[in-house]
Design a protein around this ligand. Structure first.
Ligand code: PAF
Length: 285
């Protein structure tokens, strides 16, 4: 496994791989890797000859009151997991090489950034779009794999590549869950034992709601979001930030079940913010 730290060597390596006709599959990460990330690496392997994983905790996607300095890091552990999983190249730039002083160019995907997490994390998706575009220019992947746990991020990257004619195929990977249903996330490591226990109820709320939807128990999208809120009210220790149902491809509001939808929510368990979602298929009216 090759470890590359400089932007120019990553670009040179990517160009030389391309010259040799090797395709590049890419998994961008912020490190502190768990099984969810490693599944993305497995999927990337199916799509390309060379798998590149980046580890970069991107400062521009954290708000001023968010957890950039507290974000968990374990480079040694990450490299060992990636080596075992057969990663070819790990790209680990430092912050100054990605954002040198006087840096001033940003990308905004205007509409998809607005609802859900965008309402509560101003500037977050601008930071995500910008760093992913930069990483695409450096790693030059043919394919890039993103987890659907961050569903809004996945749609945003898809839209950005389409709008900016970036020659990168975006693959969305299913959410990987712990045994009790909690979606895997690096932030789960912040949870105390007691908080970890109660966090599974958050995953349950969306799972149960999607099951009831499939059985035809709801007559409108707002009934579903009300069900999730009422369900979560029973658990002291879970504070809802949002619960919403939107069109699954453009995140526009829906008023009936005629389109595929995403049921998405964010909660706080203690100080830790968790997000999750379930896709709901359109139903003939
Ligand atoms: O999903 C993440 O870990 C990050 O948002 C990403 C895509 C690596 C960009 O920093």
């Amino acid at each position: 496994m090759q470890i590359i730290k400089s932007v120019s060597s990553m670009q040179k390596t990517a160009l030389s791989l391309k010259k040799k006709g090797r395709s590049i599959s890419f998994v961008p990460t912020m490190g502190y890797l768990h099984e969810g990330h490693l599944r993305l690496v497995d999927i990337a392997r199916e799509y390309g000859d060379i798998v590149v994983v980046s580890i970069f905790v991107n400062p521009t996607q954290f708000g001023p009151k968010e957890d950039l300095s507290r974000y968990p890091r374990d480079i040694k552990g990450d490299l060992s997991k990636l080596r075992k999983r057969g990663t070819d190249i790990v790209f680990m730039p430092d912050s100054d090489s990605i954002y040198p002083s006087e840096y001033q160019t940003y990308i905004e995907v205007t509409e998809i950034s607005k609802p859900l997490c965008g309402r509560f994390r101003p500037g977050h998706f601008r930071g995500v779009a910008t760093v992913v575009a930069k990483l695409f220019n450096i790693v030059m992947p043919d394919t890039a794999v993103f987890g659907k746990k961050d569903y809004q991020q996945y749609l945003l990257i898809r839209k950005m590549t389409e709008d900016l004619n970036m020659p990168v195929r975006i693959i969305g990977a299913e959410t990987v869950r712990e045994e009790d249903g909690l979606a895997m996330s690096s932030r789960n490591s912040y949870l105390s034992k007691e908080e970890r226990g109660i966090s599974a109820r958050f995953a349950d709320s969306l799972y149960i709601a999607s099951g009831l939807y499939r059985k035809g128990k709801f007559s409108s999208p707002s009934m579903i979001t009300r069900f999730v809120r009422d369900y979560l009210k029973k658990f002291r220790g879970i504070r809802v930030q949002y619960v919403d149902i939107l069109n699954a491809s453009n995140l526009k509001p829906v008023s009936d079940f005629s389109q595929d939808m995403v049921l998405a929510a964010a909660v706080f368990v203690g100080k830790t913010r968790l997000i999750d979602n379930r896709l709901l298929k359109a139903r003939c009216q």
